[in-house]
Design a protein around this ligand. Sequence first.
Ligand code: SAH
Length: 348
Amino acid sequence: MDNKIDIKSLNLEELTGFIVKNGEKAFRAKQVYQWLHVKQVDTFDEMTNLSKAFREKLEQLCYITDLHQEAVQISKIDGTRKYLFLLEDGNVIESVLMRYKHGNSVCISSQVGCRMGCRFCASTLDGLVRGLKPSEMLDQIYKIGKDIGERISNVVVMGTGEPMDNFDNLLKFIELLTDENGLNISQRNLTVSTCGIVPRMRELADRQLAITLALSLHASNQQKRLELMPVANKYDIHEVIDACRYYFEKTGRRVTFEYSLVGGVNDTDEDARELSRLIHGMNCHVNLIPVNPIKERNYVQSNAAVIAAFKNKLEKNGINVTIRREMGRDIDGACGQLRKRYITSKEG
Ligand code: SAH
């Protein structure tokens, strides 16, 4: 987008500064902000309470991020929708809408691709292309809300990418998403999931937001975690758990541990025992996820009896635990697979 300003990534203060610098009254900023984040228009022409001259000026200096819906798959079982969006530079990303009794939840991507290299994950197979801008994270939610004509109440940053590897843009996204002048989603209804980048987790804790932190743990000890997650080379499992404790101390928010059960790898009785010891005494919640096998790797799901036994063991040790309900089974494929298929088909 040449040198134009990404106007949807500006907060109200920045937008006000920009608008005043360009010779308009400060109150115009609030109007523009509303057009962008409440009414969610995609062109300056639609901002009908601004003068034509001012709209033309904005058009010259700025652009409005406008994701294009390239494809959508709708589950016949539970109404889950998986979206493929095309970005201005030709890259594609995935987002998912999940419909629950308590409201609509959107899972967004934070990067195009990922460089974390988790062994079971499809999103990382081709590496990282780039981080998403705040406006590109927001627009996934805006476009899905428009598509279904309903309010989105919950957002999880659990799609493709490592949010802590795109930290400044993530913070800006959170600010815009939860701004009372914008979509005004409560911080409590936002979850950010990380593979465990310790310094960023601590930095996020220091901001004392009311968002939920989810840690992708997936193993009960350092050695096993290393086999599944290269990031463990950089941050030892105990350092990561300490950062979670710190997060709770600073924010009072219960941390979620995600644990994808991989048949014969991390699902034994001993794993459950070790995991219980590792997180003993923490105010936390464990989410067990049957691993979603990808064709590039040989990992298989634990069987139902093993999953139930694992859950029981944790519960006996006093740990809050749920098994994640698989949504959109019929459309799914693991995270990142829709995008991967799309890219492969374009190349082929
Ligand atoms: N990078 C962040 C967020 C994106 S991944 C993170 O690591 O948390 C979202 C979650 O899906 C993570 O817990 C990740 O480990 C998990 N995941 C990725 N691929 C999976 C698969 N094939 N089966 C089960 N869980 C998977």
